[in-house]
Design a protein around this ligand. Structure first.
Ligand code: SAH
Length: 345
């Protein structure tokens, strides 16, 4: 079976021709798929061709298994079920400047960050490019909203599923719906250093979000096992390379965990390290209050500690913002919907 949703417009056209159809039919099929229509809903495609397609092409979008809408800010959290029954999360966030969708790249994760719910039951498998794109198509169709930007910050490590991630980036930003410019896309990574360098070489002007969460190697190795393989020095070296190749500012994510990484002295050390290592390149730190996951035993820093941490970064010449928490009335995020689903709760 051909994975037809993983194809570009030109490839679907060629595929139609290979089935003995016109290129125009290919364009019609492509347009329907990108709007989330089933083969049976493709009204202007002859029934015989729809039949042929369902026999030859594998085209199944994720199915919405659970959906929660925030009464406070309209954020929509989806648990989406893939064709083999695996579930991933995706979240539609509404900002003044447009709608951003947070997508998952793997079913589970094997990176082992000690504060994260997505990694607790390991990685089951990588998502295909069409399964990542499918989240965008299904969320847009379900909500009736345009998706203006995408962040790869859902379940999984995008750079541990590199080929699918890059293919997804080409599909989602290429011809046809949803047509999201790469400048409106962020790829978040825990620090898979060789793949950061590869991504820099792809010539894609995406934003790189680096989950730093620590001001030195000992704190980081304790929170994030990936740091034992590639330490902060190598990671920031790859960040410099990414900026130098793409001209895109790096965004550092920093989740504040009480007593682990949230001291004022830590903030000063972080600012000093970033200014030294990034040497004049633009840097932004996004502070996030930990979303407490029962199984991990960590607690979030207080808002006052976050404000102080941000103030110390600013005093030391590093831009910082505390991320607004959207959908806070929905008690699930960062892999918690999937986890509960796995536990059968
Ligand atoms: N694997 C990628 C993307 C997925 S996680 C990465 O590590 O960047 C998206 C962000 O949420 C990362 O910065 C991650 O460290 C952070 N995160 C994970 N669990 C969290 C939690 N319980 N509370 C707050 N942030 C969390």
């Amino acid at each position: 079976m051909t994975d037809i949703l993983s194809m570009t417009k030109a490839e679907v056209r060629e595929y139609a021709v290979s089935l003995g159809e016109s290129a125009f039919r290919g364009d019609q099929i492509f347009g329907w798929m990108r709007r989330g229509a089933e083969f049976s809903e493709m009204k202007n495609i002859p029934a015989a061709l729809r039949e042929k397609l369902s026999e030859n092409a594998d085209y199944r979008l994720p199915h919405i298994a659970e959906k929660y809408t925030s009464k406070i800010d309209g954020t929509v959290k989806y648990l989406m079920e893939l064709t083999d029954g695996e579930c991933v999360e995706c979240v539609l966030m509404k900002y003044e400047h447009g709608n951003t969708l947070c997508v998952s790249s793997q079913a589970g994760c094997r990176m082992g960050c000690t504060f994260c719910a997505s990694t607790l039951s390991g990685r089951v498998r990588n998502l295909t490019p069409s399964e990542i794109l499918g989240q965008v198509i299904v969320a847009a169709r379900d909500s009736g909203e345009r998706v203006d930007g995408v962040v790869m910050m859902g379940i999984g490590e995008p750079l541990d599923n590199y080929e699918s991630t890059v293919r997804f980036l080409r599909l989602v930003s290429g011809e046809g719906e949803p047509g999201i410019g790469l400048r409106h896309i962020s790829v978040s990574t825990c620090g898979v250093v060789p793949r950061i360098r590869d991504l820099a070489d792809e010539g894609m002007p995406v934003t790189l979000s680096v989950s730093l969460h620590a001001y030195d190697d000992s704190v980081r190795s304790h929170l994030m096992p990936v740091n034992r393989k590639w330490g902060i020095g190598e990671l920031l070296g790859a960040c410099r390379y990414f900026f130098d190749q793409t001209g895109r500012r790096i965004s550092f994510e920093y989740t504040l965990i009480a007593g682990e990484n949230d001291s004022a002295a830590g903030a000063a050390a972080l600012a000093k390290m970033l200014r030294r290592e990034m040497a004049g390149r633009p840097v932004h730190v996004n502070l996030i209050l930990l979303n407490e996951v029962r199984e991990t035993g960590y607690t979030s820093s207080a808002r006052a500690a976050a404000k102080e941490f941000a103030a110390v970064l600013e005093q030391n010449g590093v831009n910082a913002t505390i991320r607004r928490r959207l959908g806070s009335d929905i008690d699930a995020s960062c892999g918690q919907l999937r986890l509960r689903h796995l536990e059968g709760a």
